[in-house]
Design a binder for this molecule. Structure first.
Ligand code: SF4
Length: 108
């Protein structure tokens, strides 16, 4: 009777990430800046829109209409007031994270 070859099972790897890219610690630069804004809430949060990057997707104005408005000329976004009104910080952070062009930034 012929012997069947023994099947050797490999141990599953712990991570499916590419070995070239090490895992990010703490969520990357964008998450760190959001955390910094949340931490320093006592100081007024300032926000700006990079008009070179903005493509007028309107997401920011829908998320935070008290902070962003769209220009009638080109439909691009601009901030109504650089200083974010109290109670609008969460919406601004959501707008920062939602902007597909990464055009919105907060100023510490
Ligand atoms: S979401 Fe970004 S790209 Fe869209 S209008 Fe606002 S700033 Fe411009």
């Amino acid at each position: 009777m012929a012997r069947l070859p023994q099947v050797v099972r490999k141990e599953p790897t712990r991570s499916t990430r590419s070995p070239r890219r090490p895992p990010r610690r703490g969520g990357g630069r964008r998450a760190r800046s959001v955390r910094r804004v949340l931490r320093d809430r006592r100081q007024p949060v300032k926000v700006r829109v990079d008009s070179e990057r903005c493509q007028g997707h309107t997401l920011c104005a829908m998320i935070a209409p008290e902070v962003f408005r769209l220009r009638e000329i080109d439909g691009h976004s601009e901030v109504i007031d650089e200083e974010v009104p109290a109670g609008q910080e969460t919406q601004v952070i959501e707008a920062v994270n939602s902007c597909p062009e990464r055009a919105i930034s907060t100023i510490d």
